[in-house]
Design a protein around this ligand. Sequence first.
Ligand SMILES: Nc1ncnc2c1ncn2[C@@H]1O[C@H](COP(=O)(O)OP(=O)(O)OP(=O)(O)O)[C@@H](O)[C@H]1O
Ligand SMILES: [Mg+2]
Length: 231
Amino acid sequence: MALIRLSGISRHYEMGSQLVRALDEVDVEIERNEYVAFVGSSGSGKSTFLNILGCLERPTLGQYYLNGAHVEELDHNQLAEIRNREIGFIFQSFNLLPRANALGNVMQPLVYRRIGYRQRREMATEALRRVGLEDRMDHLPNQLSGGQRQRVAIARALVTRPAILLADEPTGNLDSRTSTEIMYLFDQLHAEGQTLILVTHEEDIARHCGRIVELKDGRIFRDRQRTEAAH
Ligand SMILES: Nc1ncnc2c1ncn2[C@@H]1O[C@H](COP(=O)(O)OP(=O)(O)OP(=O)(O)O)[C@@H](O)[C@H]1O
Ligand SMILES: [Mg+2]
């Protein structure tokens, strides 16, 4: 069974008398260990789609199965648990806690688990080592470069060992060299078996992925494997 299966997923917003179809009957399946980029022009529905995948938003219509669970049927607590267990989310603007150092930020998602402080600290240290930041654990976000902040955010997303890593424009605030470094890190995670789904405007970024899905006006316009997409 596919790790992710969406059928007929729509997200509508009522704006006065106007109905905005941010997503309009999207069907898509994503297997374990796929590396997928969602692309498309501004307003095409990319973030809405990713927020639904990450259970941050609920669809207006349609069915979403995540790792065997039927997401629409989960109550509030079950949804929070599945978010914590299955999903790591990475944002363009990092979304770190400004008053917590790198270690504290990475430990934060583990607070909801029934594990002791010492083990949480060990897991967070390991995740920071994984992204090459073992020597920056005591730094606050504003004492880190943009690329380092995004690495902290990636460590925070990885520390719970989620089934899926979701990233919305993860390199959108980074220069091109730092973007390439972050993409190499994603490439390595993918090679180690991680399932990765990202949203991007940039062709250079999408080219790292094995599959490129293009959204247009809330619908899937094109869905290509990279071998076909290369030209
Ligand atoms: N909370 C909301 N209320 C009303 N309309 C919304 C809301 N969120 C998104 N939309 C609309 O849904 C459409 C899709 O928005 P979305 O943010 O998913 O686009 P996007 O592809 O991520 O764009 P960008 O590349 O600019 O980030 C847009 O037309 C947007 O105006
Ligand atoms: Mg967006």
